[in-house]
Design a protein around this ligand. Structure first.
Ligand code: GAL
Length: 635
């Protein structure tokens, strides 16, 4: 009886501690972020809330905490939250407040990278498409309509966070915020207006009065008081633009993103661990893994062109929320080793000395007798033995040893003690008890007509750029034309084969003649443009040319990326294979249809009565929607 009472009292105390919070004052000095007067050594990791489901969030956050993270970083995705101007969505996967609160409940801090340009392999870099149609707008430069919209959205997010008391200054978890993103990589293309824009962005952000510092990443001229931070695979050589600002690393790429058709990226954990230890050896105090959990690009959120739906990123937590070992475990060990050095590291600056060719010591030593050291071999070819403080240490190539007491090595970044797991994927049949040979029986289908099927189709002279035409409400745009063939056309003469030639800015094309597929082509991540040149058979009289143009994720990076365009901008020609005769159809009157019929009907989710199921799937039909249900096995 007494034992039960004691237990209840303890549970209550824990409950109170978990929910009580005190406003914290967050500032910085040349060594670190300073929270309530204390410098902090912070390990952070990126988890983008809409790249997983809300029921995954608590587990992802807990695994991050178990891995030794202090901070969770996320971007804020404008086009998710404001799909139409002044219409907001913060539900489900978009529930930013819930995500931030869950991080707080786990006792971790938040770095909120508002952007609102985010890059992130996210459709259109996070900008809503309607922004492109605001009169007189020019993105990411000193342009009044753009600045007004950017300020409105940034203020909206800041106000939301304030209303929920989520800034550290209010007792919440947010200790840091970011404005813009890597503008310094491309600002020269914007000329002097780029410089004034960055000054404006810094002033605008500061005026929002969050009570916590703002950063700009990859922005060497970030105006005070904003901190310029480093992004990259290695940031040990980075120095901030003022000796009053701390050395911070906002993106340590744990792998890379996957583009359709590209190799699946892989970054060895030994290399990440080396890069992290080098950063802390040389004075860093804040480091963020981009990504710690990459996740999935759901719906049409993938950036582009050709960013895959998986955003796994070879991150320490894989796309499905499982620990990737030994990556997660080894980095956890690295964090522990670095934290053993925390007191000395935060008390003083490192003294960097050479121990020989490609060999370097970084020593944090205080007058009061604290001493922690990092010994690095940044040679890639050979191991080395170094003498340090009267002892000798063996350093494998491309590795750092961590000595929290300047004597005993607790970890070398190239030596992994964490377990390795090799995931095995098993093929499941779609229904329990049905073998995978029966797989096709589980599919149902709906036919998609070739060419124009909607009465909202419209005619226009000439070829239209796609994104301006669809406003990205669909990936698909039909270009359709009926052309008369008399048989006397020069390109048909002399036994010539007729060839259809189509040029597009991207990203893929299907060409149909009289309802039959004639050919297709696609671009790639590095070259989105596509040209098809295919033999076709024309008949005397009317011939219908239907060109289906597809976008595969809108571009998210680069100067003026928002204007790169897509779709069939021409020329579109019929040519003779044996003679040089060509007719150009580019400036004819084309009929346009935005989107597919199936999309208008709400497929694949909606209109269940349209779905046909039969054991023989249709053949000889160019465009079909297919649907199947997969059974997910838990445990
Ligand atoms: C950075 C950018 C991130 C992401 C990353 C590549 O340059 O800031 O948003 O795009 O590259 O994954």
């Amino acid at each position: 009886m007494r034992e039960t009472e004691i237990l209840i009292v303890l549970v209550l105390v824990v409950g109170v501690l978990a929910t009580t919070s005190f406003p914290a004052n967050v500032t910085y000095d040349h060594r670190a972020l300073v929270i309530d007067g204390q410098r902090k050594l912070l390990i952070s990791g990126s988890i983008h809330y809409p790249r997983s489901t809300p029921d995954m969030w608590p587990d992802l956050i807990q695994k991050s905490k178990d891995g030794g993270l202090d901070v969770i970083e996320t971007y804020v995705f404008w086009n998710l939250h404001e799909p139409a101007r002044n219409q907001y969505d913060f539900e489900g996967r978009n529930d930013l407040v819930k995500f931030v609160k869950l991080v707080a409940e786990a006792g971790l801090y938040v770095h909120l990278r508002i952007g609102p340009y985010v890059c992130a392999e996210w459709n259109y870099g996070g900008f809503p498409l309607w922004l492109h149609f605001v009169s007189g707008i020019k993105f990411r430069t000193d342009n009044e309509p753009f600045k007004a919209e950017m300020k409105r959205f940034t203020a909206k997010i800041v106000d939301m966070m304030k209303q929920e008391n989520l800034y550290a200054s209010q007792g919440g978890p947010i200790i840091l915020s970011q404005i813009e993103n890597e503008y310094g990589n491309i600002d020269s293309a914007y000329g002097p207006a780029g410089k004034t824009y960055i000054k404006w962005a810094a002033t605008m952000a500061t005026s929002l009065d969050t009570g916590v510092p703002w950063v700009m990443c990859q922005q060497a001229d970030a105006p005070d008081p904003l901190i310029n931070t480093c992004n990259g695979f290695y940031c040990d050589q980075f120095t901030p633009n003022s000796d009053k600002k701390p050395k911070m690393w906002t993106e340590n790429w744990t792998g890379w993103f996957l583009a359709f058709g590209g190799a699946v990226p892989y970054r060895p954990v030994e290399d990440i661990a080396f890069a992290v230890a080098r950063f802390f050896q040389r004075g860093g105090t804040f480091q963020n893994y981009y990504m710690y959990h990459g996740g999935t690009n759901f719906d049409r959120t993938s950036g582009g062109p050709f960013i895959s739906t998986s955003y796994d990123y070879d991150a320490p937590i894989d796309e499905y929320g499982l620990l990737r070992q030994p990556k997660w475990g080894h980095l956890k060990d690295v964090h522990k080793a670095i934290k053993l050095c925390e007191e000395a590291m935060l008390a003083t600056d490192p003294t960097i000395t050479s121990l020989g060719s490609n060999l370097e010591a970084g020593v944090y030593k205080t007058g009061s007798g604290l001493c922690s050291a990092f010994l690095a071999n940044f040679g890639t070819q050979s191991d080395a033995t170094v003498n340090f403080s009267g002892n000798s240490y063996r350093l494998p190539a491309w590795s750092v040893s961590i000595l929290p007491d300047c004597k005993n090595v607790v970890l070398n970044t190239a030596k992994i003690n964490s377990m390795t797991t090799i995931p095995r994927f098993s093929t499941l049949s779609l229904k329990d008890g049905i073998s995978s040979e029966a797989f096709p029986d589980d599919w149902s289908w709906v036919n998609e007509p070739v060419g124009i099927s909607s009465n909202s189709a419209f005619n226009k002279l000439g070829l239209l750029e796609q994104i301006n035409t669809t406003a990205d409400i669909s990936d698909y745009l039909w270009y359709s034309l009926s052309t008369d063939i008399t048989g006397d056309e020069p390109f048909l003469q002399g036994g010539s084969q007729t060839v259809l030639h189509v040029e597009s800015l991207g990203h893929a094309i299907y060409g149909f003649i009289n309802g039959k597929l004639a050919g297709s082509g696609k671009g790639s991540y590095n070259n989105p443009k596509v040209t098809i040149e295919v033999p076709v058979t024309l008949i005397p009289g009317k011939n219908r040319i239907d060109l289906l143009s597809l976008t595969v994720g809108l571009q998210n990076y680069g100067a003026f990326y928002d204007l790169s365009g897509a779709g069939i901008t021409g020329p579109v020609q019929l040519k003779g294979s044996k003679n040089n005769s060509t007719i150009d159809l580019s400036s004819k009157q084309w009929t346009y249809q935005v989107g597919l019929k199936g999309e208008a009907l709400g497929l694949p989710k909606g209109s269940s009565s349209l779905w046909l199921s039969q054991s023989n799937l249709p053949k000889q039909q160019p465009l079909i929607w297919y649907k199947a249900w997969a059974r997910v096995k838990h445990g």
